[in-house]
Design a protein around this ligand. Sequence first.
Ligand SMILES: C[S@@+](CC[C@H](N)C(=O)[O-])C[C@H]1O[C@@H](n2cnc3c(N)ncnc32)[C@H](O)[C@@H]1O
Length: 265
Amino acid sequence: MPEGIRFDAAAARGLEAAYQTTDVILQRVRVVESLALTPGSHVLDIGSGPGLLLEALAKTVGSSGRAAGVDQSVAMVEAASHRCEAYPQVTVDAGEALKLPYPDESFDAVVSTQVYEYVADIPAGLQEIRRVLRPGGRAVVLDTDYDSWVIHTEDELRLARIRDAWDEHFVHRGLPRFLGAEMKKAGFRVRQVEAIPMLNVEHHENAFSWHLTRMIAGFSAGRRECTQDDTREWLGELKRLGEAGEYFFSLNRYLFAADLEAPGL
Ligand SMILES: C[S@@+](CC[C@H](N)C(=O)[O-])C[C@H]1O[C@@H](n2cnc3c(N)ncnc32)[C@H](O)[C@@H]1O
């Protein structure tokens, strides 16, 4: 099996830049709102990455609360710990989404963004969220559906080769379309489902797709039928389209907010 994406220190720096674009800042606002946290809440961020969401959660729950992050990657744990070092309510642990290092019913809310597309066993992942959530607690999961991709190109075949190679970077290319059903099966009551488009019609560093297209090019070159020339020419094309005012990139993320029913309700 080909190697998937590596969440190393370089990836942490790339994600840190991508997640400070306006598109992802707006996404974070929606994610935090949908968690319905109050000062003093205990919240867990699974796959906390470079820790931008964790920092926002720390501010929301305040010093009387708890914002815990967990990530399988040591580089990401280091990046998030560094980013959140001013917040005593934050802890960041190395750990696996399928074996969370916390006791049962530890949290009022659990959130995970852009992580379960890498987790093969979704039912087991949801059971693990359920285990650490208190009865009545809230879970918010957000992921991308890569079939929602709409990108302007003058070479559809080249883009198809790049997209096909990028498929190796995740386990699920379209998790959102079955995530709600899996959450219901796992005992959650799904309260809200919403699309969060990453829609860019300009090509510049404050646009999410500026960063994502570079990550895709870096990952896809040399995989399957996608060559180094393909990705180099594609990035050149995106630049030209941007300069000509003809750039278009759209990719949907989907947010699911669900409550764990309390006994007797
Ligand atoms: C694309 S990043 C998203 C980071 C962060 N959640 C965000 O949206 O800003 C995916 C993160 O999930 C982590 N991850 C992937 N699979 C994981 C697993 N099975 N257990 C724990 N962390 C995981 C990676 O190490 C990486 O930091």
